[in-house]
Every structure is written in C-alpha cells, then in structure tokens.
Design a protein around this ligand. Structure first.
Ligand code: LMR
Length: 391
C-alpha cells in the first residue's frame, strides 16, 4: 500500500532551517523562519521562563495526564491579557490548551467545519500553513488581497469579499503582526471590520500569534477586542511560542466566544472530542511555565520587560532599514511602518536564489524576511547584498 504514496515537498519555510544550518559560510544571514533573535543573533530562553522552569522543577509533583483541554490554569491566566478586564465577556468565552498556535488554528477550523462552515475567506498572502491546514481540514477557501500597493491593509478588498459572503462562511484574520507582510489593519479599519462582520453574519476566526511583538500587549489586541464586542460569536487561535519564546515547546490556546454562556459546554465538548482524536492532550511543560510566570507578579514584570525589549529592537531594525532609503531599485522606507517579525520584499525568485547562493542570505521564497534576523553585525552586509541583486 505504501508504494502508492507520492513524494511531498518538504515545507518550504521549515526546509530553510536545515538549508541554513548546512551552509558553512560564517557570514550567512538567517531571515527565514519566524524566531526572534537578539542583537548578537541568539534566541535565548526568556529569563522569566527560566525562573518559572526552576520553580516547576522543584515544585511539580506529578506528570499524570490532565485531559484534552490541557492546563486550564494556563488557559485562564492568559485571558485578561487577551480579552481585557472583562476577560470572559460575561461568561461567553471559554478556551483550552493546544499544541502551539498551529494546533489552535487547526482545532478552530475543524470545529467551524463541524458547525457547518463550508467556506473560509482568507487574505493573501498569508502564513503558508493556513492554506495547508484549510486544505487538510477540507474547507473551501476564497481569497482576497490583504495589502494595497501603498503598503497599507486593503480594507476594500476585505469589504468586497465579505459583501458576497454570509452565514456558513468564516473569515480568517491575523490579530496583529501580519504574517508575512507585517501590515496590520488600523484601529479605524478594525472598527469597520467589526460592523461588516455583524451585518454579514460571517464567523470570524482571529489568529493571534504575536501579541506584544507589534505595538504593545494592549494595542496588539485592539482589533480582536473590537470584533468581540460587536459580533455574537467568534473563534480565537492564540500562540505563546513567540511572546514567551517557547517555540519548540508548542504552547497555544484555542478560545471560543459563544452567543450565550450556556452554549459553551456543548461547543467545548466538540472541541475536546476533536482534540482527543487529533493529539489527545497538548504537551504540558510550556503551558505550565507560562502559568507560573503569570501567577507571579515579579516574573510577570520580568516577562513584560523582556517582551518590550524585543519589540524595541525590532523597531530599531525597521528604522535602520527604512533609513537606508533604497537598496538598488528597492525602496526600503515602507519597512519602517510594519509590525512584528515580518516584512515582504518585492524580489523575484532569481533574486531570492541569488541572495542565498551568492550572499548566504536565507529568506522565504515569497520574499518574506524575519527582521529579527538582522542586527548591528549583519544589517549593512544585508543592505549591500540587496543592492547588488536588486540593481
Ligand atoms: C513562521 O511563519 O516562520 C512561524 O510562524 C513558524 C512556522 O511555524 O511557520
């Protein structure tokens, strides 16, 4: 039977990790997968997480199973940060832990399908795994342009997509730090999106994978909260992989806002059943570490300060790129406006291949760069390499 399988391409983004590792050139530059790096190019464990892990090591009494919902202390500790003061929206929000943000997106889409959603509207470009998960779950996709040529988010494109949509459709939106463009909807645009969702009845699925890496913890969920205030129901996928630096520990959460609190038990029983059939239970360690941080005021302050320094450094890198003005024919000035780890450079396949081959610069095939891969030791080399290939 297994002879019948066709070979599949390795995931293009994850394949870059290995290609970069195999490149022997010491001056190579990794702008591929979305991992934060400090100005010395490293990705250290947050010190708040180290403290929490130390505490867990001495205090954790058991590693017995918790159940498909994972660590509910973790799930609930995050809620005030995501949803604000009225963190349960008067008892209308409930959640569960998932293996990373990917697990949360998958669970949200599988649940949407189970509830009768047939089609998902999705801005493009998007994180490539969104399309892969949608295909795997078996949902129809309708795309619209995420960004306009002037480097702002294209609300008209979303409006037209929503105009032709209604009940039975869902829309997948990036809460902040859009991946791959770094271009987010403005607050005014989010307010309009919230009303458009109310009038069309389209179910929002908001993917929040980078809270705190854009403008700030509160600012980055402005859109999410504006939508939740307006619509009757919504699905939320959340990742702690970036904002707690827990990448390989796979720490995420899925939340649902129901029209009425008494619907939550039934909705979550469906989510639990889907989780059980997919991964049974999420890995515990990272969620337990986040819970430990968030229950301790000192560790929480330390975590927030570390997150703020990441945000500031990415702003500095963006300002430096924008300040360079041009690199060959490329105008870098718009990079100063983006949020989070990513930006897309309008390079063609040959130019991206030449950057890799001739300069050891690794970026996604879409021209997406991880701005956190740039630092004081390599940014000038990168701009010079860009000028050479894009002249
Ligand atoms: C990325 O887009 O680089 C990250 O979200 C990592 C991933 O899983 O693709």
């Amino acid at each position: 039977m297994l002879d019948r399988l066709d070979p599949q391409h390795a995931d293009a983004l994850l394949a870059l990790i290995k290609m970069y590792a195999d490149d022997p050139r010491p001056a190579k530059i990794d702008l591929g997968v979305g991992v934060y790096r400090t100005d010395d190019g490293s990705t250290p464990v947050f010190s708040a997480i180290k403290s929490a892990e130390g505490q867990l090591l001495t205090e954790q009494k058991s590693k017995a199973y918790l159940g498909p919902e994972g660590d509910m202390g973790f799930v609930h500790a995050l809620m005030p940060y995501i949803f604000g003061e009225n963190a349960t929206m008067h008892g209308r929000i409930q959640g569960m832990q998932t293996p990373g943000g990917t697990g949360a997106v998958r669970l949200a889409l599988a649940l949407a399908k189970q509830a009768g959603v047939k089609r998902v509207l999705m801005g493009v470009p998007s994180w490539p795994n969104h399309a892969q998960i949608l295909a795997d779950v078996g949902l129809e996709v309708a795309t619209f342009q995420h960004a306009s040529a002037d480097g702002s988010a294209d609300l008209d494109a979303l409006r037209s997509a929503l105009d032709g949509a209604g009940a039975g459709d869902a829309v997948l939106l990036h809460g902040c730090c859009h991946n791959p463009t770094g271009i987010d909807y403005t607050h005014d645009q989010w307010d309009e999106i919230a009303s458009m969702l109310v009038s069309t009845g389209v179910l929002p699925l908001i993917d929040v994978a980078y809270q705190g890496l854009g403008q700030g913890m509160e600012e980055d969920v402005y859109g999410l909260r504006a939508v939740l205030k307006a619509v009757p129901e919504a699905l939320i996928a959340y990742s702690c992989d970036k904002n707690f630096g827990l990448y390989r520990d796979r720490v995420g959460a899925f939340y649902v806002m129901a029209q009425k609190g008494d619907q939550l038990d039934t909705i979550m029983s469906n989510a639990n059943a889907l989780a059980r059939a997919n991964w049974s239970m999420p890995p515990d360690h990272g969620g337990a570490a986040v819970r430990t941080v968030l229950r301790d005021a000192g560790m929480t302050d330390e975590w927030r300060a570390e997150l703020a320094s990441m945000r500031d450094r990415m702003r500095d890198v963006r300002a430096k790129l924008a300040g360079a003005g041009n690199a060959g024919s490329l105008d870098l000035t718009s990079l100063g406006k983006g949020n989070g780890l990513f930006a897309v450079l309008p390079l063609d396949k040959q130019q991206i291949a030449a950057l890799r081959r001739d300069h050891g610069v690794y970026m996604a095939g879409s021209g997406r760069i991880n701005v956190a891969g740039l630092h004081s030791g390599n940014i000038d080399t990168f701009i010079a390499a860009l000028s050479e290939v894009a002249n």
